[in-house]
Design a protein around this ligand. Sequence first.
Ligand code: DC
Length: 230
Amino acid sequence: MVVAIDGPAGAGKSSIAERCSAELGFTYLNSGAIYRAVTWKALELGVQDAPDERIVEIAQSLQLQYQGGKLLVDGEPRGDQLHTDRVDRHVARHSAIPAVREMVNRRLRQIADGVNVMVEGRDITTVVFPNADVKIYLDASVETRARRRWEQQRAQASENGGREDDTPTLEQIAERIRERDEADRKKAAGSLKQAADAVYLDTSLLTIDEVCERVIATIRNTRQYQELQS
Ligand code: DC
């Protein structure tokens, strides 16, 4: 069974998909992490500004494995290395390259073959799994998404012994989110849009628990899920 989730950056897709998939015993696939892995590798090799063909070569040669629900990139779980400012800065361009998207989509379909998966990203409900059993579009206002990111960065800074005041301001974060939304929506291939048959959920005024409850109820209500249980 395939549950596909799309939505803009910061709508809560990763937290929700991680938690709901664990509760249902599904494999969680984060497509953004694969795009980030391509950019991470390009940065490692110092070729992040190289022409598209070189980035495509990197994407094709990257070793990706899914083990126990964890993505291994060149044999290691790269975790935080995929979420640096440098990766953020280059991943929009790299993920807009059609041949890179084809590689990522192929890998996602291979990993999902024959297992129950919850996959999240920008074009999962429209391009990667247009026949998904459940489609969800998670949304939230720019202000909410900026505030969540701001709180997260301040918490991280104080955890790491840094100064909270050194983190970007709420307005700077909101501006970056607007730029990312714009980049996601105007991609020639795989742009962010809501599928006509997706369930729309605005998470602005909901807690993670409340969103999870609704997502899980939507899945449990489907014939496909009920058949899996019988
Ligand atoms: O969700 P994220 O911020 O980790 O995604 C990283 C980048 O990859 C971001 O620029 C959007 C892009 N992306 C995409 O183009 N298509 C997807 N299905 C998932 C992510």
